[in-house]
Design a protein around this ligand. Structure first.
Ligand SMILES: NC(=O)c1ccc[n+]([C@@H]2O[C@H](COP(=O)([O-])OP(=O)(O)OC[C@H]3O[C@@H](n4cnc5c(N)ncnc54)[C@H](OP(=O)(O)O)[C@@H]3O)[C@@H](O)[C@H]2O)c1
Length: 367
């Protein structure tokens, strides 16, 4: 297992993290406790150290199981535990959810208790609530780091402008910065490339990918049908949920699945391995959250770093999955940029340039 540092921090995390949204069958598509324990043990034995959960998942059972497994294996010092707040814990009470200070301070106590630990390694805002100022979130998270209840902080599922504002505030006010942005990214969902990849690079943070298989679609087990798609698994179970994250049966995605199947065959690898390999090697990505309900799925996914996708096969995957480009990004394509440079080529600086001339502390950043 390879380790990367998470953003601009000293925290070392495995490039493949284990998502535990499937720990518990409370939502109708997860794994029972015995199967979840097998997934936990297998991942740990493979050298993995990075676990992701949320207070929302399986009504708190994901956090409870994860905490129990960590205690039973006496692995608290070895593992990096990430959890999240934002979703409501009490119907009708607007302050028992969202990202205001009152809810964050309530939610953290619940997560610590369910995880059975006195600190969380990475505490993430789960989803933008559209009302709480970024300064309130960052000051509250900073307080938690200073209190010792949290080690590092991050944001998930927020607009790029909000993440940029939060990170800039943190830097200017010497608050704990955002070490990672947890975002959906896969061959079936590449929207984050327009803003977040550059954001991670320029604002000193990283990307932690969720749903690298588009909830299982990219494993190849679903086929197009008259109802959109057919196959057994999460996407069939939740077809009518109305959750946009599960809306994967589109013409574009079927084309991606067909090309991925051919590329995987050419490589002699499973489609899931190729899909995870593709996303784990994208710019700005520090870690990819693999999810599974069955042991053979996790074993398959853990082999995703063992090979390289050669450039010609990589290009086929890039081409078929390329997202449609909208304004203002149309203006950043080579044609219009040529009108700015007068046709001269202005390429990226070579890696050696960055490593040799970067001068710390003189305000002379060269990136
Ligand atoms: N921040 C957020 O908003 C957010 C949102 C979603 C997820 N997450 C995090 O990201 C983690 C991963 O997300 P995800 O579960 O959606 O990831 P995913 O990799 O897109 O989907 C995982 C599902 O795909 C199927 N699968 C996995 N490996 C397979 C294989 N090798 N062959 C065939 N099928 C396979 C299984 O579903 P079946 O049971 O159907 O077989 C598995 O539960 C979650 O556990 C959670 O920690 C975060």
């Amino acid at each position: 297992m390879d380790y990367y540092t998470l953003g601009n921090t000293g925290l070392k995390v495995s490039r493949l993290a284990l998502g535990t949204m499937t720990f518990g069958d409370d939502w109708g598509w997860g794994a029972d406790e015995a199967s979840a324990r097998q997934l936990f043990d297998t991942y740990l034995a493979a050298g993995g150290n990075f676990f992701d959960t949320a207070d929302l998942y399986t009504n708190g059972n994901s956090e409870r199981m994860l905490g129990q497994f960590v205690r039973e294996t006496k692995s608290r010092d070895r593992v990096v535990l990430a959890t999240k707040f934002s979703y409501s814990a009490e119907p009708g009470n607007p302050n028992a959810g969202g990202n205001g200070r009152k809810n964050i301070l309530r939610a953290v106590e619940g997560s610590l208790q369910r995880l059975g630990t006195d600190y969380i390694d990475l505490y993430l805002l789960h989803t933008w609530d559209q009302v709480t100022p970024a300064a309130e979130v960052m000051h509250t998270l900073d307080t938690l780091v200073r209190s010792g209840k949290v080690r590092y902080v991050g944001l998930s599922d927020v607009p790029a402008w909000y993440a940029a504002q939060a990170q800039t505030l943190a830097q200017e006010r010497h608050l704990e910065p955002i070490s990672t942005l947890q975002l959906e990214y896969s061959l079936a969902e590449r929207s984050i490339e327009f803003e977040y990849t550059a954001l991670a690079k320029h604002l000193g943070t990283s990307i932690m990918v969720w749903s690298p298989l588009a909830s299982g679609l990219l494993s190849g087990k679903y086929k197009p049908s008259q109802n959109g798609g057919a196959g057994s698994g999460r996407l069939s179970t939740v077809a009518d949920s109305g959750n946009p994250a599960f809306d994967k049966f589109t013409e574009k995605n079927w084309a991606v699945v067909a090309e991925l199947e051919q590329v995987a065959q050419a490589l002699g690898r499973s489609m899931a391995q190729v899909a995870v390999n593709w996303v784990v090697n994208r710019p700005g990505v520090a870690a990819v959250l693999v999810g599974a309900t069955k042991l053979h799925q996790l074993e398959d996914n853990l082999g995703a770093l063992e090979f390289e996708i050669p450039p010609e096969l990589q290009q086929r995957l890039d081409r078929v999955s390329r997202p449609a480009i909208h304004f203002p990004y149309t203006f950043f394509e080579p044609g219009l940029q040529g009108m700015i440079t007068g046709g001269a080529t202005v390429g990226d600086k070579p890696a050696s340039y960055h490593s040799q001339v970067r001068v710390e502390g003189e305000g002379a950043g060269v990136e």
